[in-house]
Design a protein around this ligand. Structure first.
Ligand code: UDP
Length: 478
């Protein structure tokens, strides 16, 4: 006889294919979302693109419910050529490789008993829409940089029509963009670099950015790694005026179920020794300096930073990545002669830090950062004020938000000084200002408030949005 009750009890977990972009700052947030979904009864296939440089993500890093076999991992080649600098052309080749491999994988998965129903993909690829349509999947995009960057991207045509882009003429970068509701006025120079390339509108990066945004617009839902509390006005404008279903789910670097920093998967080996050293320092006395996973700082600039740091007399923990320098030079070779010995009693240079734990350590007083979006969120949610030294992409936009909108940091170099030329005296002045100066007092206090706000978002607004995603997947709305 047909046993209806047996069927009613047979729950088939909705299956989501999660595709992070293979870089540290993109993969961690995607893993965090994947974890939440798996912990809440969604079946996950995580697709990791590997390229020989990035180690495998260990499966245990995404717990999921192993008993239900709810989590599994597939690997595809990334096609990234690390012998060449990252450019539009290099990315295109790599994206074509990943896209073809993903299609092949999907062809296989669609024949399985419980095929994917939804593609959760990093917006950065720009072709998530095509794949989702081809395989009849719903699509959730993950946007891993700031809401302001996304918002400016959505309004790229308005920016062109109003003559802000391209900003190739003399003085064009000094114009103020003040027509976008929800966004405080910003200089054209503060817009993401992809929007104001030297080569104008024909630049490969500009065209790519535009198509990424265009594709993101078509997503059924966009998850963004920020907090509603941080980007309220922009999020509201995107929802109400631009009719985009965008849900803030950040900060995504911590386990969404607990505030304690989790073992976020570091794609490069960490140096944990620094934590015990931090244990021996006084509260808020150490400047943490790190510039993310991609930027390489010119050796002359490193020297000025070192001299400024030394002159400031502050204690520091500094991440310098020898792999970014010629012939894998040693740290001693990269730094000015004698710097390490002279600062031995108050400074430590390492090649990679457990950044979440470092920023969560009470000895850290400020963060000299390149303003990569993950670093910004990690700093804010640990209440650490920032000294911003942007290097590329939309890091200058993030710095503007940090300094002028949220007032939780200072620029390493004031706007009026030539930002191309780093001088030790400016470095020294900025370090003193953020660590102990009167100028930095309000900033230090305001930064501290964000720790609590971030904790609330993690357990409140952001968690609700993730839960809504789970519910909609289970109810067949996605
Ligand atoms: N990170 C780290 N140790 C380091 C430097 C960076 O764990 O020594 C992590 C950091 O916590 C962040 C990510 O690498 O999660 C960098 O992302 P971000 O968006 O800040 O910068 P990107 O690497 O994309 O430029």
């Amino acid at each position: 006889a047909f046993d209806l009750s047996a069927h009613l009890h047979h729950y088939v977990a909705p299956h989501v294919l999660v595709v992070p972009y293979p870089a540290q700052g993109h993969t961690n947030p995607a893993l965090s979302v994947a974890k939440f979904l798996a912990d809440n009864g969604i079946s996950i296939t995580l697709v990791q693109a590997t390229n020989g440089l990035l180690p495998q993500i260990p499966s245990h890093s995404v717990h999921g419910n192993q008993a239900l076999k709810i989590f599994r991992k597939e690997t595809i080649p990334s096609g990234l050529d690390h012998s060449k600098p990252l450019s539009g052309a290099v990315l295109k080749v790599s994206f074509d490789v990943m896209r073809a491999a993903l299609r092949e994988l999907l062809q296989k998965l669609m024949l399985e008993e419980n095929p994917p129903i939804c593609l959760l993909i990093d917006s950065f690829f720009g072709w998530g829409n095509d794949i989702a349509v081809e395989f009849g999947l719903s699509r959730v995009d993950l946007w891993t940089s700031s809401a302001t960057t996304f918002y400016l991207g959505i309004h790229v045509q308005d920016l062109v029509t109003r003559g802000f882009i391209p900003a190739t003429e003399e003085g064009a970068k000094e114009k103020i963009v003040d027509f976008l509701p929800g966004l405080s006025p910003l200089r054209v120079a503060d817009m993401p670099q992809n929007l104001i390339p030297e080569e104008g509108l024909q630049s490969g990066m500009f065209i790519r950015f535009r198509s990424v945004i265009q594709s993101a617009k078509w997503a059924d839902r966009i998850l963004i790694n920020t907090m509603y509390e941080l980007d309220t006005n922009v999020i509201e404008c995107l929802r109400r005026e631009d009719h985009i279903h965008i849900d803030p789910v950040g900060p995504l670097h911590v386990d969404v179920m607990s505030v304690a920093p989790n073992s976020s998967v570091s794609l490069v080996q960490q140096d944990d020794h620094c934590l015990s050293l931090l244990d021996r320092q006084q509260q808020s006395s150490v400047l943490y300096c790190a510039f993310g996973s991609l930027a390489s700082i010119d050796e002359n600039v490193v020297a000025e930073l070192a001299h400024g740091l030394e002159a400031s007399g502050e204690s520091f923990l500094w991440v310098i990545r020898p792999d970014k320098y010629k012939n894998n030079a040693s740290v001693e070779e990269i730094l000015p002669e004698g710097f390490m010995e002279r600062t031995r009693d108050r400074g430590l240079v390492i090649s990679w830090a457990p950044q979440l734990s470092v920023l969560g350590h009470s000895s850290v007083g400020a963060f000299l950062t390149h303003c990569g979006w993950n670093s910004v969120l990690e700093s804010l949610s640990n209440g650490v004020p920032m000294l911003g030294f942007p290097q590329m992409a939309e890091q200058n936009t993030n710095l503007k938000l940090i300094v002028h909108d949220w007032k939780v940091g200072l620029p390493l170099l004031q706007q009026e000084v030539n930002t191309q030329k780093v001088e030790r005296k400016h470095v020294q002045r900025a370090i003193t200002a953020i660590m102990r100066g009167d100028e930095g007092l309000q900033i230090r206090m305001r930064a501290r408030e964000w720790k609590e706000i971030a904790e609330k978002a993690i357990h409140g607004s952001s968690k609700d949005n993730l839960q809504k995603l789970v519910d909609d997947l289970k109810q067949g709305k996605l």
